[in-house]
Write a protein that binds this ligand. Structure first.
Ligand code: SF4
Length: 133
């Protein structure tokens, strides 16, 4: 994974951890220990991938952006273990792509455990078989 990909992933984790409050870009750069130039590029890239939303905001007399993860309407605490957060393929993952939430077995398995506290043995076996293929 490239340094840029790692920074984007870390940025996404930070933004996700801020929930509905989002985070000012300048604070995000500080947490990332990145320059504003590098940080702005990361933010733009995440925006292009539709992973975050950027909202213009006046802060200390200067226009900047507050950024939010695009799943902010969800209860972030409930989703703290979402597999995408730690997935090496998150930046390549898109509908119809080589990696896609629509076909991701890890995501399917996680959704099942999220929506069903107890899965029946047959379903667990089916998911496990698919993971091996
Ligand atoms: S959907 Fe699957 S492949 Fe895509 S980012 Fe999430 S865990 Fe990774």
């Amino acid at each position: 994974m490239s340094k840029r990909d790692l920074l984007e992933r870390r940025a996404l984790q930070i933004i996700m951890s801020k929930g509905d409050d989002g985070i000012l870009q300048s604070d995000l750069w500080k947490e990332l220990e990145a320059s504003s130039r590098v940080g702005s590029r990361i933010s733009l890239n995440l925006g292009k991938k539709n992973l975050i939303t950027r909202q213009r905001e006046l802060s200390d007399g200067r226009w900047t952006y507050r950024v939010f993860v695009n799943i902010r309407s969800l209860d972030i605490d409930s989703f703290s273990d979402i597999p995408c957060v730690s997935c090496d393929e998150i930046l390549k993952c898109e509908k119809g792509g080589e990696f896609s939430p629509n076909t991701c077995k890890i995501m399917t398995k996680w959704l099942h455990t999220f929506t069903h506290s107890e899965l029946d043995e047959e379903t667990i076996s089916e998911i496990s078989k698919n993971d091996d293929s």
